[in-house]
Design a protein around this ligand. Structure first.
Ligand code: SAH
Length: 393
């Protein structure tokens, strides 16, 4: 069997791993043993898996692989946050960020190298789309984080208690691989995370939201960023295809299917002079009046390619107060990991390949977005330019 054809066991969810081992003549408990070694103890060497018979270990070593993606570099911030740059099979790089907070450790993972959605304020979108991550590349981010933090079963390092799909890419556009990775995150034989502590964050891919129903019961975050379609069309071009009313309805249906009192998180990136005016806050409060949810305000994280700016602390406070006075539960995301460019929307990986790819696409007059048929928008249009500051005031 050639190396390329060997199944990579680290990326097989419990069902697929069990099926593969059964096809090799083994009982289902073998899959549980293997998952424990790989995902709970961080062991990749089949020889060290002592509760599996020697001859089967040798067969596994011959016919399968256990290959997490490669770490390119690690960056530690003063506040305990850690960012890893990870190479994908396609030759691109993606990022994962660990954010410790009290007893909690949140890992922000990427689902795609680049992104086709091209939200006007997001650095990942500026690279264009390169590729979907494989399940091994997604689960590899948590595997690496646990190993690097020495928090596998026998380690004493800080735990990874939460995973948020808020790194690079749109998780619902890489649905199957993301869901398989989620299954591993939740499995007691793998990472054993609570379904309330794994969050899929989406810009609003409706078919994906519909597919989530019945497939998973993890937490949901919706990237809203605007209280009306006109403004959201500008910030999140996907809105032209899936407008706000339909998005909130689909999100509400997913949550109510769960049959418990669980609310989605509404993410709202605050950009100075664009969507941070009091009238936007009032409009948002009215929009969400009858929609059970929590609101997370994300002060815009600035990066070079756009002229958008972060609002002042006082205007963020005013915005928050208007929502709170209307009865909404609101949090403001604090910026962490200063100095390692690990904040929301700043995750760009090592972009050389993707940038060149994008330049080629633009020269040919196509874009990742239009060639996918997903959204009908052009690149390089006015969305790249922020409105003159303060015009909305
Ligand atoms: N595609 C997913 C994950 C994106 S990243 C989604 O759209 O939800 C997670 C969050 O960070 C999203 O809400 C995204 O809109 C937001 N974000 C992206 N760029 C940002 C920036 N520069 N500043 C603040 N938030 C940003």
């Amino acid at each position: 069997m050639s190396t390329a054809a060997k199944p990579n066991l680290i990326g097989l969810d419990p069902v697929k791993l069990t099926a593969l081992l059964e096809s090799m003549g083994e009982k289902p408990y073998r899959a549980r043993q293997l998952m424990r070694w790989v995902h709970r103890r961080g062991v990749l060497d089949f020889d060290a898996m002592t509760d599996i018979g020697k001859s089967f270990r040798e067969r596994l070593a011959r016919e399968t692989a256990l290959a997490p993606p490669e770490i390119v570099s690690r960056h530690d911030a003063d506040d305990g946050c850690v960012k890893w740059i990870i190479r994908t099979a396609s030759g691109s790089a993606v990022e994962a960020v660990y954010i410790p907070e009290g007893g909690r450790g949140t890992l922000c993972v990427s689902s795609q190298a680049g992104c086709i959605l091209d939200c006007s304020f997001c650095a990942t979108g500026k690279q264009g789309f390169d590729s979907n991550l494989t399940t091994a590349e997604i689960i590899g981010q948590i595997w690496h984080a646990r190993r690097e933090l020495d928090s596998f079963e026998d380690g004493a390092g800080p735990p990874v208690t939460n995973v948020v799909f808020m790194g690079m890419g749109e998780p619902l556009l890489n649905f199957d691989n993301v869901m398989d990775a989620v299954d591993l995150m939740l499995s007691d034989y793998a990472y054993g995370l609570s379904k309330r502590r794994v969050t899929i964050s989406t810009a609003g891919v409706l078919p994906g939201l519909e597919r989530m129903r019945g497939r998973t019961d993890v937490a949901l975050a919706v990237s809203l960023h605007a209280p009306n379609d006109e403004l959201r069309n500008e910030l999140v071009p996907l809105n032209k295809k899936y407008p706000i009313a339909e998005l909130l309805e689909a999100a509400g249906e997913y949550m109510s299917d769960l049959g418990e009192s669980r609310d989605p998180l509404i993410e709202y990136t605050l950009i100075r002079g664009v969507n941070d005016h009091r009238k936007h806050a009032r409009e948002l409060a009215a929009l969400l009046e009858d929609f059970p949810c929590k609101v997370n305000l994300i002060p815009f994280n600035e990066f070079n390619e756009v002229s958008y700016r972060r609002p002042s602390a006082s205007s963020i406070g005013n915005f928050r107060k208007i929502l709170q006075d209307a009865g909404l539960v609101v949090t403001v995301r604090t910026t962490r990991a200063d100095g390692i460019a690990a904040a929301c929307g700043q995750l760009t990986g090592a972009v050389r390949d993707q940038t060149r790819r994008r330049e080629r696409m633009l020269r040919r007059g196509e874009s990742g977005a239009s060639s996918s048929g997903l959204i009908h928008s052009e690149r390089g249009d006015s969305r790249q330019t922020a409105r003159p500051r303060g015009t909305a005031r």
